[in-house]
Design a protein around this ligand. Structure first.
Ligand code: CUA
Length: 179
């Protein structure tokens, strides 16, 4: 019998399973289940996947709140684009806007203090990947994602967009200072 001919018995599922095949199916299924429940477990015990609260918002509403914070707490500007560096008081609500292809503004936070960090996108799907803390959140337009953040290490953090968002995606970076 040649392999290019269809099997004579068409109802393949009536054939007995070979022991090796059955063993592989069992191994694959077990591994699938382990990985599936690891997703749930990692959310609980891992430190990278945060539970966010999510609310509906609009670009105008969110930008108004962001701009109010920027107007009140800007301490300096950085780069040729004069991006404001904002130092909101500990415990306050902090806003960060993602848009083609930047994050606005730059945040300066105090080590060991908690903040309510609000994120939204003005246009398309973006990502909030905080490095080197390796925190990762998807930023979806029309929604306000809120996380309670307590920085525990001083330094300069990079915010990287890790959702492909067009021709300038690779240039979409932001910054958070923890002092
Ligand atoms: Cu924003 Cu990629």
């Amino acid at each position: 019998m040649s392999a290019i001919l269809p099997p004579a018995e068409r109802l393949w599922y009536r054939h007995p399973i070979d022991r090796v095949e059955g063993t592989w199916i069992a191994i694959a299924l077990t591994w699938c289940l382990i990985m599936f429940f690891m997703m749930v477990g990692w959310h609980i015990w891992g430190k990278q996947n945060l539970s966010t609260e999510t609310y509906r918002t609009t670009p105008d509403k969110f930008m108004a709140k962001t701009q109010a914070m920027v107007d009140k707490y800007t301490v300096r500007t950085e780069t040729d684009a004069k991006v404001p560096v904002v130092k909101p008081p500990p415990g306050s609500d902090v806003y960060l806007v993602a848009r083609l292809w930047s994050f606005y503004p730059i945040l300066e936070l105090e080590n060991g203090k908690s903040y309510r960090l609000h994120l939204t996108s003005m246009d398309y799907n973006h990502g909030f990947s905080l490095q080197p803390a390796n925190i990762n959140i998807q930023i979806v337009p029309g929604f306000e994602h809120v996380i309670t953040a307590t920085p525990n290490q001083t330094g300069t953090y990079s915010v990287v967009c890790n959702e492909y968002c067009g021709i300038g995606h690779h240039t979409m970076v932001g910054r958070v200072y923890v002092k």
